[in-house]
Ligand binder design. Structure first.
Ligand code: CP
Length: 311
């Protein structure tokens, strides 16, 4: 398989093909085996990754830092920009030039839609989008698709349920597009009317011949889902806190709902959860968010970094 990632930024799933995804999944498998056997590789010895998070992050930040270490490289870890010159007013374009001088690759999370693409125009090294506002989170889509691929023989015959804040949730935007490229044909979108999947994403999926069902009821749809992908209502995107309070617990996955779900279904969540999956679900063998999904993020991000930095 060909490496189409070499020396390129990863800003959007729009630029990724099915073959590109399979390339990453295969490399993630290999790196997982190496990590299990030896803990690390020296593939990227001498390479430096800068992780710049203008918005809070636990998983994405830490897994990228761990990934570069397990590949033998070093890192510049900035989880929060308040102690950098951004606090003095340095522009995004100048910040891109600064960190391009020190790092071989930059991982960027930023609250503004389109900011990662703007940053990448001024950077002289590849940039990975670790979340740009409510638009996209491509590496999360890779790790979620990788996890799904481990549980189902093919993507063609599964029904993917995406539940919660589909308007502001960037993970579901990237994930639905990547899964459609991998062959998924049936999606069920569950959200309050106010937080529906953006129409341009729905129409894009329909153009790829996907069947989309939109509903406000998880209870009546959960039995049809192979993937139950829960999401948090994105408090930080709401200008009116009262609106957030109204919708924050629109869907709560509990034992009685899981009794209606298929025994072969799996439950994923990009995390953090803030009440939409009860702890009583964590021991259900179908619940993979702590058991597999997060750890897969390490292997998949190792594969993405390595593909960008090594031909
Ligand atoms: N899934 C995810 O992006 O988690 P963090 O916000 O903790 O990075």
């Amino acid at each position: 398989m060909k490496n189409n990632f070499y020396n390129k930024s990863l800003i959007s799933i729009k630029s990724v093909s099915k073959e590109d995804s399979l390339y990453i999944f295969e490399m993630a498998d290999k790196l997982k085996n190496e990590v299990i056997k030896k803990g690390k590789t020296n593939d990227l010895e001498g390479k430096i990754l800068a992780a710049l998070c203008y918005e809070p992050s636990s998983r994405t930040f830490s897994s990228f830092i761990t990934a570069i270490q397990r590949l033998g490289g070093g890192f510049i870890p900035l989880n929060g920009m308040e102690h950098t010159s951004v606090a003095k007013g340095e522009t995004i374009s100048d910040t891109a030039k600064v960190f391009s001088s020190y790092a071989d690759i930059i991982v960027l999370r930023h609250p503004v839609v389109g900011s990662v693409s703007e940053f990448a125009k001024s950077a002289t090294v590849p940039v990975i989008n670790a979340g740009d506002g409510s638009r996209e989170h491509p590496t999360q889509a890779f790790l979620d698709s990788y996890t799904i691929g481990k549980h189902f023989k093919s993507f063609e015959n599964i029904t993917v349920g995406l539940v919660g804040d589909l308007l502001y949730g960037r993970t579901v935007h990237s994930l639905s597009l990547l899964l459609s490229k991998l062959g998924v044909k049936k999606f069920i979108f569950i959200s309050p009317d106010l937080l529906k999947m953006p129409p341009e994403i729905v129409s894009g999926l329909k153009m790829l011949n996907c069947e989309i069902t939109e509903s406000e009821s998880l209870d009546s749809s959960i039995g049809n889902m192979d993937i139950i992908y829960m999401t948090r209502v994105q408090k930080e995107r709401f200008s009116d806190i009262l609106v957030y309070e109204k919708y924050k617990l629109a869907y709560i996955l509990n034992k009685s709902l899981m009794q209606k779900a298929k025994s072969s279904s799996i439950v994923l969540h990009p995390l953090p959860r803030v009440g939409e999956i009860l702890e009583e679900i964590d021991s259900d063998p179908r619940a993979l968010y702590f058991r597999e999904e997060m750890r897969n993020g390490l292997y998949v991000r190792m594969a993405i970094i390595k593909s960008i930095l090594m031909q």
